[in-house]
Design a protein around this ligand. Structure first.
Ligand code: NI
Length: 272
């Protein structure tokens, strides 16, 4: 995506994140937020989630304390997300599979690993997938000083920029570990998830497929990790199962746009 479009996208995402924050942007955005850096006027006051300041209905980004976990309005869309890579062999295997299925996903990369395997990062980007920032060395950011948190994210941005010429528009916090202080230091949407496949607990392929397929809603964000072989083995089943329920796959930034993927109704999940 060209630089100008990237800035627009970031502004759009930022705006959505602001809309979603009942408490307002002041708790999330530092004084020199992206709006100020781009020379725009100050961000509008917080509106009711789901509505713009002029009262028009907007995509509703579901949040709690600034955490984006699922996106309402994105009817029929699901975002598959893969954390903790890149992995030198498993990530390329996953990329081949996603290409065969014509699915675009989102990869939250650990900066140190991105620097170690730049070819894999390039392949992720070339495949049309989105890349997010998952800290430099998978630190628990809540346990770090402000300056160290900023450095974790900035080093990862720089490593990814050096490889693909673009910084991530979105961030995911390692260990689901966030706090108002951590969130206040991040000037981009912080993406959590509503569907945890628990693949990191060495779940079987069947368990991973089942947890993703059965529990997904429109706008769901599915958490997986492309550093586990079982996860990669499960992805085809996840894609087949979600497609059978009527879902289409988008990147997280596409999901945040709130645009519906299709008109037809998503089939309700079987069982509890
Ligand atoms: Ni992680």
């Amino acid at each position: 995506m060209p630089g100008g479009a990237g800035i627009d996208l970031r502004k759009t995402l930022f705006g959505l994140a602001c809309l979603a924050l009942v408490a307002g942007c002041t708790t999330i955005v530092p004084a020199e937020g992206p709006e100020a850096r781009h020379g725009d006027e100050a961000a509008a006051p917080a509106a009711r989630p789901g509505y713009a300041a002029d009262g028009t209905l907007q995509p509703w980004v579901e949040t709690s304390h600034g955490e984006i976990r699922r996106v309402s309005g994105a009817e029929g869309c699901v975002a598959l997300t893969f954390d903790d890579g890149p992995h030198p062999t498993l990530t390329p295997r996953l990329l081949n599979l996603l290409a065969e299925e014509n699915v675009h996903a989102t990869f939250f990369l650990v900066g140190q690993r991105a620097q170690e395997w730049p070819d894999v990062v390039r392949a992720i980007s070339a495949g049309g997938h989105e890349i997010g920032n998952h800290s430099w060395n998978h630190a628990n950011l809540t346990q770090l000083e402000n300056s160290a948190i900023t450095r974790q994210l900035a080093m990862t941005d720089a490593a990814i920029f050096a490889i693909i010429g673009r910084e991530p528009d979105i961030v995911r916090l390692p260990y689901d570990a966030g706090s108002p202080r951590v969130l206040s230091l991040i000037d981009r949407p912080v993406i959590f998830w509503d569907i945890d496949t628990l693949d990191w607990k060495a779940g079987s392929v069947g368990e991973i497929v089942d947890s993703a397929v059965r529990r997904a809603w429109s706008g769901s964000i599915v958490l997986m990790h492309d550093i586990h072989a079982n996860t990669v083995s499960a992805v085809r089943g996840v894609i087949d199962g979600l497609r059978a329920r009527g879902f289409e796959f988008v990147t997280v930034s596409e999901l945040l746009s709130g645009r519906p993927c299709r008109v037809s109704t998503v089939v309700a999940a079987a069982g509890p």
